[in-house]
Design a protein around this ligand. Structure first.
Ligand SMILES: CC(=O)N[C@@H](CCC[C@H](N)C(=O)O)C(=O)O
Length: 378
C-alpha cells in the first residue's frame, strides 16, 4: 500500500479554506494553485489555464492513454460559523462543500505522480464554478481541454455522513439531474393601509412557495424521485409598504429527464395560476442545469473490487443521492466515476458549521494514487 505524507496538503487545504471565491472569480485560488505547481520539479509537467481553472498534464513514461482527475474550485455564499482558526477571510463566503479538500487532494495526488511517474499521462483538472453557473460544460467545449481530453476520468466529493477511511459509491446513477429555479413576481405596490388598491407580491410569493411543494407530492410517481426546494425568498422594501416585487430562488432535482420536464411544466402552470389569482406578472428562469452523474458500470465495479481486495479503504455501497454535480457532463463524454469520501462531521454539505475531518485527505491521496497507478498499467 502507498504511504503518503499528507501534512503539506492539510496546510494547503487550510490556506484554500481562507480564500473561498464565487464561480469564475476564483482568482486568488487559481494563483495559489499556480504558485504551488511552480514549486514542483517541472520536467514531467505542463500546465495551462482556462478562465479561472487550471489543467495540469503529468507526463507518463510510455503513455498509451490519458487518465483524468477533476477537482472543483469555487466557494459558497455562506457566512462561516466553524470553530476553525483558519476561517474564511472573505466575508459571506465559505468553502462549505469541500472544494478546498478536493483541490488539496488533487495537488497531493499530482505531487505523488510528479515524483513517481507511471506509464500513462495523467491530467489534473481544476474546474471553476461547480456550484453555479457551471464550469464543466464550457470547459469541456474549450480548446484547452480538447488538447488534453482524458480517456477515463475520476472525481470525489466529501461525504459528511460517512466515516473517515471510507469511500462510498455505486455503479449507474449516483447524483440527480438538476435545474436552478428563479421566479420573479411583479404586481402593484402601495400603502400598507390600503391593500385593496395594490397586488401584494409577498402574499403571492408565500402562496406560490406552498403550492410548489405539491408538485413532487402530487405530480410525480411516488416510485420515482424528485425534489423542489425554495432556498430563498426576497420581497418588499419596508414593513408598511405593500411589495410590488418578490423573487423565489430554488432548485429542482430529478432522476429522469422526463420527470424534469414534468416538474417544469407543473411549475409553469402554478406560476400562471398565481398570475391569474393575484393579478400579477410572473417570469421563470431555470439558470444552470446539470445532467445526472452516471458512474460507468464496468469501471466502477472494477474500482470497487480493487478497494475491497487492496484494503486501501472501507468500501460502502451507497444509494443514489439527489445532490447535483456538473462532473456529470465529464462522465457523459468520458467513462469514469465519482465517489463519496467519508469525512465524518455532524453538519451537512452547505452548512455554515461543517468541519470535514482532514484525516480524509491522506485516505483520498492513498486511494487515488494506488488506483491511478493500477489504472495506468491496465
Ligand atoms: C454536491 C453539491 O452540493 N452540489 C450542488 C450543485 C449545485 C447545482 C445547482 N447550482 C443547483 O442549485 O441546482 C448541489 O446543490 O447539489
Amino acid at each position: 500500500m502507498t504511504t503518503v505524507n499528507a501534512q503539506p496538503f492539510v496546510s494547503i487545504r487550510r490556506h484554500l479554506h481562507r480564500i473561498p471565491e464565487p464561480g469564475f472569480a476564483e482568482f486568488k485560488t487559481q494563483k495559489y494553485l499556480l504558485d504551488y505547481l511552480a514549486t514542483l520539479p517541472q520536467e514531467r509537467m505542463e500546465h495551462k489555464t482556462w478562465r479561472t481553472g487550471i489543467l495540469v498534464l503529468v507526463k507518463g513514461t510510455n503513455p498509451t492513454k490519458r487518465i483524468g482527475y477533476r477537482a472543483d474550485m469555487d466557494g459558497l455564499p455562506i457566512t462561516e460559523d466553524t470553530s476553525y482558526d483558519f476561517k474564511s477571510e472573505h466575508p459571506g463566503y465559505m468553502h462549505a462543500c469541500g472544494h478546498d479538500m478536493h483541490m488539496a487532494i488533487g495537488l497531493g495526488v499530482l505531487t505523488h505522480f510528479v515524483h513517481h511517474p507511471v506509464r500513462d499521462d495523467l491530467v489534473f483538472i481544476f474546474q471553476p464554478a461547480e456550484e453555479g453557473p457551471g464550469g464543466a460544460q464550457p470547459m469541456l467545449e474549450s480548446e484547452e481541454f480538447a488538447a488534453w481530453r482524458p480517456d477515463c476520468i475520476f472525481a470525489l466529493h466529501i461525504a459528511p455522513e460517512h466515516p473517515v477511511g471510507s469511500v462510498a459509491l455505486k455503479p449507474g446513477i449516483l447524483f440527480a439531474n438538476t435545474s436552478e429555479l428563479f421566479i420573479d413576481l411583479h404586481g402593484k405596490g402601495g400603502h400598507a393601509a390600503f391593500p385593496h388598491t395594490a397586488n401584494d407580491m409577498v402574499v403571492a410569493a408565500a402562496h406560490l412557495a406552498t403550492q410548489l411543494q405539491s408538485v413532487v407530492a402530487r405530480n410525480i410517481d411516488p416510485l420515482d424521485s424528485a425534489v423542489v426546494t425554495v432556498g430563498k425568498i426576497e420581497g418588499g422594501t419596508k414593513q408598511n409598504i405593500i411589495a410590488e416585487h418578490a423573487r423565489l430562488e430554488g432548485t429542482i432535482r430529478t432522476l429522469s429527464m422526463e420527470s424534469m420536464h414534468k416538474v417544469k411544466s407543473r411549475i409553469e402552470a402554478l406560476v400562471h395560476g398565481i398570475e391569474a389569482g393575484f393579478e400579477c406578472q410572473g417570469s421563470i428562469d431555470y439558470g444552470a442545469n446539470y445532467c445526472q452523474v452516471y458512474n460507468n458500470e464496468d469501471i466502477t465495479l472494477n474500482f470497487m473490487d480493487w478497494v475491497r481486495e487492496s484494503g486501501t479503504a472501507e468500501l460502502i455501497e451507497c444509494p443514489t443521492a439527489m445532490t447535483g454535480e456538473d462532473f456529470g457532463y465529464f462522465l457523459e463524454q468520458t467513462p469514469g466515476f465519482l465517489f463519496w469520501l467519508g469525512v465524518n462531521t455532524p453538519y451537512g454539505l452547505h452548512h455554515s458549521k461543517i468541519e470535514p475531518s482532514e484525516d480524509a485527505i491522506e485516505v483520498a491521496i492513498r486511494v487515488l494514487s494506488g488506483y491511478l497507478t493500477k489504472k495506468a498499467f491496465e
